[in-house]
Write a protein that binds this ligand. Sequence first.
Ligand SMILES: [Zn+2]
Length: 247
Amino acid sequence: MSNLPHIQEETWETPQKILVIMAHPDDPEFFCGATLARWISAGHRVHYWLLTCGDKGTKDRSLTSERLCAIRQKEQKAAASVLGIEHVNFLNFADGYLVADLNLRRDVTRIIRMEKPDILVTCDPTTLFVGDDRLNHPDHRAAGQVVLDAVYPAARDHLYFIELLLEENLEPHVVKEVWVAGTQNPNVVMDTTPYWEVKIQALHEHKSQIGDVDAFTERMRNRLAPGSSRAQPRYEEKFRRIVFPDV
Ligand SMILES: [Zn+2]
C-alpha cells in the first residue's frame, strides 16, 4: 500500500459546524480557502477566529500597527464574505509575537467550548520549512500548537482551566475531527479545482497583502496539481486529517 496521500473526500452526511482558528487575516484563504468554499457550498457552516490582527504585515512606513490592524480586519471580513462566511472574530494578539503559552491555550479552549465545532481547522505547528525557499511564519506554528493543545485535552476535560466551567459556565467540548493545513505530512488531498477561482477572488480582498493583482492571480493559477496543466488545470489543498473515535 502506498504511503502517498490519497484523495479522500469528507464523508459527512449532515451539515457540520466548522471552526477555523489560525494566526493572521488571510491565513484561512491562503491555507485552505478553496476547501472552505467547497464546504460552504455543501451546506456546512464555517466560523473564523484569528488570533492576531496581522498588524505588522506591511512595508509601508506611513502605516501604524493600529491602522494596519483595522485595514486587515476589514479585508478579512470581505474575503470571508466572498467565501460565504459571515462569522469572523479576532483575539487581537500582536502579530509576530504569538506564543503557545497557557494563557493563550485558555483563550483558545474558551473559544472551542463557546463555538462547539464538529470540525476544527488549523495549521501544522511542525512545519518549519516550506519547500527550499521559505520558512514558515512563527505565528503559524504557535497557532497550530496552541489549537491542538486546546482541542486535546483542555477543551475536553472539565478540570482543565476549571474557571471556564465555574465562572463562565463553559462545558467541556469534544471535536469530532481536526484538519491540519499547511502540513508536510498530509493524509488527505482535496480536489478543489471547481473552487480555485473563488479562492483567488477571496484572496483579492486582502489588498494590503497581495501586491500586483494580475501577477498574484497568475501565480495562484500556476499552483497546479502534479500532472495537470494550465490548459486542463487541477488544483489541490492538502491536510492532515485526524478523526477521533466515538467515545
Ligand atoms: Zn499568516
